[in-house]
Design a protein around this ligand. Sequence first.
Ligand code: ADP
Ligand code: MG
Length: 145
Amino acid sequence: MNTVNEMSLSFLSKSCNEAFARSVVAAFVMNLDPTINELSDIKTAVSEAVTNSIVHGYKRSSGIIYIKGKITDENKVIIKIRDKGCGIEDIKKAMEPLFTTAPEEERAGLGFAVMQSFCDKVKVKSTVNKGTTITLEKTISVQND
Ligand SMILES: Nc1ncnc2c1ncn2[C@@H]1O[C@H](COP(=O)(O)OP(=O)(O)O)[C@@H](O)[C@H]1O
Ligand SMILES: [Mg+2]
């Protein structure tokens, strides 16, 4: 598995940058000629991870969110979303559908469930008071037309 393309991006944890991050990742993935559904899946998963960094990681205070993107020669897209926020105490629990620590934010607790259903693989690395890295992986189908 060789890397054929790479990108990195960093931006402030502001809500308006959710759409910015989603669009940059979409433009990066466009090289692979994804279907509309594949593209929308990746955008949605990236949005969920970025929103989590803003709302939970940095608790709506100011911080920097880092995104790294990679494309492999097997058409696999790997996107890492990292924050240096509060971190997650119990990752297993956090990933359970409907679990949320921010009900006052009208969170549904479905962010991780959405990421998992729209990507092939979701990895979570987190250290309390250090931050969180989410890795999303999705292989884009090869179109023969
Ligand atoms: N980047 C992050 N930093 C700290 N905590 C996080 C982060 N991402 C997720 N979490 C924790 O995992 C929980 C579940 O996340 P999620 O499934 O997206 O649901 P929701 O965002 O609706 O709460 C959050 O309520 C939060 O406690
Ligand atoms: Mg969420």
